[in-house]
Design a protein around this ligand. Sequence first.
Ligand code: ARG
Length: 412
Amino acid sequence: MGNNGKVVLAYSGGLDTSVCIRYLQTLHKLDVITVTVDCGQHDNFKDIERKAEAIGSIKHLYIDAREEFARNYVVPSIKANGLYQGKYPLATALARPLIAAKAVEVAEKEGATAVAHGCTGKGNDQIRFDVTMRALSPNLKIIAPIRDLNLTRDLEISFAKEQNIPISLEAKKYSIDMNLWGRALEGGKIEEADFEPPEEAFEFINFQNDKAGYVEIEFDKGIPVGVDGEHIPLVDLIQYVNDKAGAHGVGIIDHIEDRVVGIKSREVYEAPAAVAIIEAHKDLEKMVLTKHELAFKQIVDSQWSWLAYSGLWQDPLRADLDRFIDATQNRVSGKVRLKMEKGSLRVVGRESEYSLYRNNLATYEAGSTFDQSLAKGFVELWGLQSVIANSLTADLSIDRKNKKEVENEIKS
Ligand code: ARG
């Protein structure tokens, strides 16, 4: 065993990566070092270690990357209002480049010649892993057994049974990926686009709570720093908002998503913190950024989300966009109050020392400093081209029979 050297496998403890350990050993004759990167998934990491070793890992490493994930991946995404296709808060997409980077780091330290991951050839995750791994260490070989062997979930399950690899009950139902920023459910019945996922499929969402609740999020330069009046560390803050918003049923996303490989997929997510924090952040930006900044930033944000989604975290354009986004965040400081009730979420208040909102300009009451007489001339110039264009097309819309008469009328 292991006469071809060592491979470092990004190991989650799930079905795909468990099957990978055995395939890497038997097919590739490699010694397998497993690495589990903690990005805030609620797993029992001792169990995962035991499982890896039972299947055949020669060395297992646990890396607590929660703080790094929050600081270097989630925060830039908050600043960019990161939502793919306007909906998906990118939880899995953000964690992949970090997990890939950790696997590469370990591979270099351990003198491995290859890195491996458990992605299929049908999803986005393979792109995120491969591109990051190649960008960071071009000489490492990348092995993706599930993709290479064209395995389906059924085949994996029967291989696992045959090899005495333990599988969880959940794995038989769905494929789940979770981290601090959200939880993705795929596979099983969820693949039927018309099937409503049962309440039990969700971990954070309370469907029974009828009461309304509030959460106030404080931002400093686009970064959430406080919640409900207290400054707390970022990871705790995200968890706190996740629990609180989830308790009011907020945070389910169910949509049809365009994968990079061309497949349309039905995706179900629960991401209470991401949904609430991005909503609050967007609202604060509206208060402090000019309409020109907002309009341009929207284009940048959607390009940023696309890069993160499509596995191009390492592309220099992402860092370029980050510099622009960071520059816009200098004034994104203040507080936003959200109301949550039976799955609904809305902003009910906001304040900022950089607010461009001026009550004395906006008010319809006495005390307004806005000089209405200036508006008349402005409105005339504003609509100038539209009015002229309409006078021409009004003529075009008259049917041909009447046209001659109208022309004569104008002449006379
Ligand atoms: N569709 C999402 C994405 O591409 C979620 C992927 C979830 N991954 C998984 N292995 N279940 O980011």
